[in-house]
Every structure is written in structure tokens, then in C-alpha cells.
Design a protein around this ligand. Structure first.
Ligand code: IVH
Length: 692
């Protein structure tokens, strides 16, 4: 059994290596590849290693396009650690610190030979013994010195380092490719490798490749790895600024976790940290296996780029009716979390990415950024893949999809009033932080409130119904149990969707969520006006425009009744937005929302609205404190004038206070202002400033 598995693993590993080193193709994610190697190694531990097994060989083999170069010192690989435990175990084996820690650059390995300080040869790693001659190409890489600076150059030295494609340049390259309707590169490393291994060095020269060096073949007279870097730098070679010497394994591990936070701020992609025993004499003592040194380890971060199957492309309908294709993926772990869906934005993006349903695709999730499909692994197609066809009708209400305006890429479901998807999304949006921030009204509650499920009819058939909810209306609601991650119904063992009483406990009494929802809704009725306006899901009216409009008009009814001209005069409100508001209010069911909300006690105006606050008033952006008594006005009058001029009237002095207006009788606030060195003016000066 294990014999067979060993054979299979060896074959697979060799196949993936050939594709990777010869064709610049990642047919499998790095992470899954590492796991294969690891499985093979542990099996070989029990059953013995055969000569020629990929576990004793390094990398690929040189392609025929370039002349072979025999390395003076072999180019080795690194062993991996995937957890703190594995890392600490290695540190023990290596005899502890001090360690030199540095980023593991996700690029391609290069060896450069300098003779008496002059660059004479540059080669890829190849199989570790023999690489490819890429000298002419490397001469075009910015930052790689053709002649070393400084002095004391050895007669012959092989410098080792990593060539990479800077991230910003890579993103631009991919954006340009997508814009031109071409498939993007799978990752920066593939494009670095592809750019370097060009028959015509002029092509390499046109790509913004960079290099960082991290060691050399052999050199006498130095004591530590950190000294090696100083020397390399003094010769004008590019070394990383991100390295540190850690005294022990604990602080080395700290470096590993800290760098993972900064992972995306570096100029190049990294896939982990390389930790090296710093003392060169100890490095020599520890030596190497046939493939990797014992004095160094690569700590690998969770992968941010994986391959997975694209099972299907479906279409979701958003709160403004936009139809968005999204990928349904074979669930896969990426950047530490499981991903099953990825947005594809619109049908043009699907085409531009060149993906077919059934493809193996490259999925990337960088930190907290939403997961993105980069493209297909074309080499793995078997002919059963099929093209995605954008549906012509809404998947939830069957209305015909259409662009809102001629020439729009996005298709929309025009059935705004009763498309169940649009209603559900709008209700969930009302509960979201951007709008009314109603804790008990998340996506799951919004679905329960709106989905038509026998025997009960949904009590929310329009947002008009939302603030009229009562316990009597909530208690009968039954709902599908939704998976919180996917938003899709869960099923029981027989494959039927699970249905439960959503707002009622087993004994018939109200569930906590019911009471909470009603209490939350009551509070939400008096939210700031701009939040209430935002919650109406009027196209183009987001929080920023809503603030500007509310500040100007002070009431939602006034906004809705204003002319397009009046609306577009507000700062930050253009004609598109103005006409969108007018269109919205023309619908009678929208007018009904306003009426019903008003009748339920939703506050549709700013209390005591005293006219617009100037955003370009003489005090805008300032915080001003009035203290003591005034002669020609009350303190409240003074504060009203400050607010009318765009300032903020505060009652306490702090470092943030712009200035203090002090009249007779001012006490502790005046003292505080003086202590903090904040400007203090009297009433006459204040009046003069108002008039200026
Ligand atoms: S030191 C004997 N330092 O990762 C090999 N390697 O997976 C000592 N790599 O072959 C290598 N960043 O091409 C070292 N800071 C770094 C590195 C680094 C990337 C590459 C190198 C190595 C491969 C092993």
C-alpha cells in the first residue's frame, strides 16, 4: 500500500516540479505541494529513500533554451516549518540562538558569480548542481551591480539571492492585462520567473525586476551571517532591510508573527521567514543534508494563494437590483479561513479572467482583503469545462434583467418592489452599520422576516412594514436555518432544508432575538437623520451624500420635495444623485415607506434644525469653548454663532481646543487653557472675528 503511495507521490512531485521550473506554471498551490513532499518524506523515513527520489533532489532541471552552468557550490533548498512547534523543534536540533531572521522572498533563486569584483556569470538554480545561464538577462536588472564597489573582493565568489517582481508593478501589470481583455499572471513569482527566463534579454529589460541577496557560496574570514550582510551591502549588493538578530527561539518566533502583520507592506511578496543560525562556525558544524542546510529553516505562513475547483458560477441580486456573478468553489482554506465563494463583479470580468465552469482556478486572499479569483490553470483542463452564460432573468423573481441605462455593463433586476432578493438585501442593509446599526437585524433575521414560508406569510413585505412589527407578528415566523458563512439554507440528514421557529422558543414564549429586535427597532427610530436617509437604499445616496443633504435641508420630506436644481446645488451632490432621488420618490410604494415610517414614529427631521451648518464657515473644523459671561449676547447665542459658522462648541478645554472665548467670571477653563497654551480671546475680539 505505502509502496504504491510512495511511487505515486514521487511521480506527482516530479510532474509538478517540471511544470514549475520549466514552464513557470503552478499546477498546484505551494502549500499543497509542500504537503506532498512532507508526506513522501515521512513515508520514506519508514520505508527507505530511493536514489533519485525528489526528496533528495533540488528543484527542477535546467531547460534546453539556456546554456548549462555548473554551480561551484551547490544551490540548496530549505526545510520547512509550518507551526510554532515545528519551529521550536528545529531550533532545539540546531542548538538554539542567536538567529538571523529575514523575510522569505517569494521569487526565484539566482546565483551570480563575480570574479575580482566583476559580474561574469548569472545562473538559475536548475537541479541545484547545474542551472541555466541567464547572464545577459541579469545584467538588465536594476540594482544588480556589474562591478562590486568597495575593496577586498575575492578572486571568485558566488552570490546567492532572489529575483522578484515588485508588488506594485505586478498589480499594475495585471490591471493593464485585465483592462486589455487578457488573462492576468497567476502571481508575482511566476511573472518574475517568466520575465527573467527570456531568450531575448531586451524583454527582461522591459520588466521592472529587482533582486535581494541573502548569502554566498563560500568566503573565509567572517564570523556571523549578519556580518555577511554588512559585507554584501558594502559591495553595493542589494540586501534586505528587514532582517534582525534574535537571541533565542522565542524572540525569533516573535519576529515571525510580527512580520506576518507587515506581510503586505513590503515591496515584494513573501511566503514566510527564513531563520538562520547566525554564527558561521556553527553553520559549518551543523552542515547540510543532500538537499538542505541544517542551520536554516523556512517558516511558512498560511498560503494566500491556492488552487481549487470552480464548481459553478451563480448570480446574486443586490439591494439595488444589481446582478453580480459569483464563483461557487470547492471549499478551500486560504489565508487561514475557509473560502467557498468569490465575487466576480460582472460578466465582463468573468470573460476577462478567462475562467470556465469546471476549471481549476487560482484563488487569492491577501490578509483581510476579499477573496479573488486570479485565473484558470489552463494546463489542467480536460475538455469538460463550459463557459458561463449570464442569465437573462432574475434568479429569484424571474423578471428580465436589463441595464439601468444603455451602455451599462451591470445588469439589474427591475422588480425593485417585490423581488425577494432585493427586499431581503435592503432590509439587511437597514440593520447594517452603514445605516441604522440594528444589532438584531442581521442578514439571517432579514431573511426570516422576508421569506415567504408556509404556514406564515412574511410580516415584512416592504420596508414600510419594518417599524410596525409586533410580537404577535413575529411569533409565527418559521425560517430556514442559514449557514452564517454562506447565507444558504442548511439541510437535515434526508436532504430537506431545516426549518425552525425563528422568534419563538419551544414552549411558545418569545425568543430573546424577538424582544431584542423590537427594542432595537424602537431605538433606531431616533437615529441621526443621515443614517435614516442612508437606510432607504436610494441609489447613489451613501453616508457622505446623506450627511450633506441632511445638513442642508434638515428633514427627509424637504429633501424628497426639493427640486433637482436645489438638490444638485448641495456640495457633493451632483445631477445624477439629484435625479436618482427624484426618481425614487416618484414611486408610490416609496412614498408609502415614508408615510408609514412617519406614522410609526421614525424621526424624519433633525430636532430644532436651525438652518444649514456652513462647512466653509470661518470656524469650520475648529473646536471652541465659551466661558464666563458675555455682555452683548448670552453664552448660548455665542455657541449658536460658532455652530452656524461650521465650528464645534465644546464645554471643556483640551489639547484639541482651537481657542477659548473668555468673559468676566471665567475660572477653571481659563486656567486650563493657559496651562495648555491655548489662545484666549475676549468678547470684543470674538465679535470682530465673526464680522471678518
Ligand atoms: S537562504 C541553502 N534566505 O527559498 C539555501 N533563501 O525554499 C539557503 N529564499 O533556495 C537559502 N528568501 O531560493 C535564503 N531570505 C532568504 C530567502 C531564501 C527566499 C529561497 C531560496 C531557497 C528557497 C528554499
Amino acid at each position: 500500500m505505502s509502496e504504491k503511495r510512495i511511487e505515486e507521490l514521487r511521480r506527482q512531485i516530479q510532474y509538478y516540479r517540471d511544470a514549475y521550473y520549466q514552464e513557470n506554471q503552478s499546477l498546484i498551490s505551494d502549500y499543497d505541494y509542500d504537503l506532498l513532499e512532507r508526506e513522501l518524506k515521512s513515508l520514506e523515513l519508514a520505508h527507505g529513500v530511493a536514489e533519485g527520489s525528489p526528496t533528495v533532489l533540488v528543484g527542477g532541471k535546467a531547460s534546453e533554451v539556456f546554456a548549462p552552468v555548473k554551480h561551484l557550490t551547490p544551490m540548496m533548498s530549505l526545510d520547512n516549518a509550518f507551526s510554532e512547534e515545528e519551529f521550536l523543534a528545529w531550533s532545539q536540533r540546531a542548538g538554539g540562538g542567536p538567529f538571523l531572521c529575514e523575510p522569505k522572498i517569494d521569487g526565484l533563486a539566482l546565483s551570480i558569480t563575480y570574479e575580482n569584483g566583476v559580474l561574469v556569470k548569472a545562473a538559475t538554480r536548475g537541479d541545484g548542481e547545474t542551472g541555466e545561464d541567464v547572464t545577459q538577462n541579469v545584467l538588465t536588472i536594476q540594482g544588480v551591480p556589474h562591478r562590486l564597489s568597495g575593496s577586498n573582493h575575492p578572486a571568485v565568489i558566488e552570490i546567492r539571492g532572489e529575483v522578484y517582481f515588485p508588488l506594485k508593478a505586478f498589480e499594475k501589470l495585471n490591471a493593464d492585462l485585465v483592462a486589455a481583455g487578457k488573462p492576468p499572471f497567476a502571481n508575482p513569482r511566476n511573472s518574475a520567473s517568466g520575465s527573467l527566463r527570456q531568450k531575448d534579454p531586451a524583454v527582461t529589460a522591459s520588466r521592472p525586476l529587482r533582486m535581494l541577496v541573502h548569502g554566498f557560496g563560500s568566503f573565509e574570514g567572517l564570523n556571523t551571517q549578519s556580518e555577511v550582510y554588512q559585507l554584501l551591502e558594502s559591495w553595493g549588493l542589494p540586501t534586505t532591510k528587514q532582517f534582525a538578530v534574535a537571541q533565542d527561539a522565542t524572540s525569533a518566533y516573535k519576529f515571525i508573527t510580527q512580520l506576518s502583520q507587515k506581510r503586505h507592506d513590503l515591496e515584494h511578496e513573501i511566503d514566510g521567514v527564513v531563520v538562520k543560525v547566525d554564527e558561521l562556525s556553527r553553520q559549518r558544524e551543523l552542515g547540510a543534508t543532500s538537499r538542505a542546510p541544517r542551520w536554516a529553516i523556512a517558516y511558512k505562513y498560511p498560503p494566500e494563494q491556492v488552487n481549487t475547483k470552480l464548481l459553478d458560477i451563480k448570480v446574486s441580486i443586490g439591494r439595488t437590483g444589481r446582478a453580480t456573478p459569483f464563483a461557487v468553489l470547492a471549499p478551500v482554506k486560504v489565508a487561514g479561513s475557509e473560502v467557498e465563494f468569490a465575487t466576480l463583479h460582472n460578466q465582463d470580468q468573468v470573460r476577462a479572467k478567462g475562467i470556465l465552469i469546471g476549471d481549476t482556478v487560482v484563488l487569492r486572499k491577501a490578509g483581510d482583503v476579499i477573496p479573488e479569483i486570479l485565473g484558470p490553470v489552463v494546463a489542467l483542463r480536460n475538455g469538460s469545462e463550459r463557459e458561463f452564460v449570464m442569465p437573462t432573468h432574475c434568479p429569484e423573481c424571474s423578471f428580465e434583467l436589463a441595464p439601468a441605462q444603455e451602455g451599462d455593463v451591470d445588469l439589474r433586476c427591475p422588480n425593485a418592489e417585490s423581488c425577494p432578493a432585493q427586499l431581503r438585501e435592503r432590509i439587511a442593509y437597514i440593520g447594517s452599520r452603514a445605516a441604522l446599526d440594528i444589532e438584531a437585524l442581521g442578514y439571517v433575521s432579514a431573511t426570516a422576516l422576508t421569506q415567504p414560508l408556509e404556514p406564515s406569510q412574511p410580516p415584512v413585505q416592504s420596508e414600510a412594514d419594518l417599524f410596525d412589527l409586533t410580537l404577535e407578528k413575529l411569533l409565527p415566523i418559521r425560517a430556514y436555518v442559514l449557514d452564517p458563512d454562506t447565507g444558504l439554507p442548511k439541510h437535515d440528514a434526508d436532504g430537506n432544508p431545516k426549518i425552525v421557529d425563528f422568534f419563538r422558543k419551544k414552549d411558545g414564549s418569545p425568543a430573546e432575538v424577538a424582544l431584542k429586535l423590537l427594542a432595537n427597532l424602537e431605538e433606531a427610530k431616533t437615529r441621526e437623520l443621515w443614517k435614516i436617509l442612508t437606510s432607504l437604499s436610494i441609489r447613489h445616496v451613501g453616508p457622505v451624500a446623506a450627511r450633506a443633504l441632511c445638513n442642508e435641508f434638515g428633514s427627509i420630506e424637504k429633501i424628497l420635495q426639493a427640486s433637482e436644481d436645489e438638490l444638485s446645488q448641495v456640495d457633493g451632490v451632483g445631477p445624477t444623485l439629484a435625479s436618482s432621488i427624484k426618481d425614487w420618490y416618484q414611486e408610490s410604494w416609496h412614498q408609502r415607506i415614508i408615510e408609514r415610517w412617519k406614522a410609526s414614529g421614525v424621526q424624519l427631521e433633525i430636532p430644532d434644525f436651525a438652518g444649514p451648518v456652513l462647512t466653509d464657515g470661518i470656524f469650520s473644523g475648529m473646536t471652541i469653548v465659551v466661558t464666563g459671561s458675555m455682555q452683548s449676547m448670552t453664552r448660548e447665542d455665542a455657541e449658536a454663532k460658532i455652530i452656524a459658522q461650521g465650528g464645534k462648541a465644546s464645554s471643556s478645554v483640551s489639547k484639541k481646543t482651537s481657542f477659548v472665548v473668555a468673559g468676566p467670571g471665567a475660572g477653571s477653563k481659563l486656567a486650563k487653557a493657559e496651562e495648555l497654551g491655548i489662545e484666549v480671546i475676549d468678547e470684543a475680539t470674538f465679535i470682530a472675528r465673526l464680522a471678518s
